[in-house]
Design a protein around this ligand. Sequence first.
Ligand code: SF4
Ligand code: SF4
Length: 395
Amino acid sequence: MELAELMTLRPEPGAGLLLTVTGRCPLHCAHCSTAATMAADEPDADRLRAFVSTFTPAEHPAVLMMTGGEPLLRPELVTDLAATARAAGTRTALLTGAFFVGRADHGAGHLASGAGPLPAPVPDSAPVPVPVPERIWRAATSVDHFSVSLDAFHEREVDRRSVFGLIRRVLDAGVATSFHLVGTGPDDPYLADVTADIRRTFGDRVPMLVNSLRRVGRAASWAAANTALPGAALPIAAAPDPERALPCSMAAWPVVAADGTVVACCNQRVVDRRPAPRHLTLGHIATDDWQSVAVGARTSPVLRMIRTVGPAHLLHRYGGAEQATAPPDYCAGCRALGDHPEALAAASAAASGPVGALLDRYAARGQVEAGAATLVRRHGCAPYADLVDLPGARR
Ligand code: SF4
Ligand code: SF4
């Protein structure tokens, strides 16, 4: 399963499930959106297995995306979940920081501090062969899509040549691969360098999802980017006009957080903070199965309105006089929708019936038809959006 297909499904309600395999990670990236450490929470493994085993051939997500923290800290669990999901018809993807390849100049497994100067640029980034522990290799090749995070912060601890060597091995094993890249913005020279390096090394076989830094997690105290849209780094001056409908595509795939709570979107504050806003909570893996989570994600009138007109528009129209004039902070406004019963009531009146379902389907279909690059242009680092769909990637 290639990155473009995966991203094309992103606006489709219930087409995917993002699953936190663990909140833990041995790396120390200064920009980590989850502020992961080895002391973080992780969901009970048996509960995760039980939840994924509720996927059925008739009712399953098209994609299960396993994330963290670092999911390959639990390689046997990843392998099991991939097999269980596949039996129901779900394809799987994995996002890793590749902690196990270490730095070629320090030896595998070297885990340096996330602080300190960036490593000197490597003049020749030809992949170096990397040993991969057997249990991790089994997990890496059990999925349908294998993706590695790479950015200036990762490169302090895991070097580029080793990551390239890992991608080369996984690609040669017949698994579709991609890079998830992060930079400070469209003008970041790191992004120009790393994307060119990947094209030189892999041609157009390995697509890339390029994002701009967001001010969440460990980056909350220092990142300059201000988010007007989930995932987009726009200055507040460029905040969207609330008179216009501005749907949120991120409210389509449920997310299993590290404590087992299932929330409606991947906004890090929604995923991390408890209690999660009620209108963005879909259940818990201890008590709910996939079917009830999927039905909740597809039929909640508030989520339908968030997906079709967006939270800023909803608040502007129905949130009272103060909201009608307030500058929109897209996700903060969405998280606070519960404080505006009149907006929730308006969502319920407008979107709980068949018309709401139809509008939701229509909005999703439009975004799916627009394709992966259009979605990334809106939510990621726009000048690099076309790299999500490279022609040489395996279909
Ligand atoms: S590898 Fe990923 S999860 Fe781990 S510290 Fe870095 S950004 Fe966070
Ligand atoms: S908080 Fe609301 S607007 Fe932000 S990503 Fe989640 S659902 Fe979308």
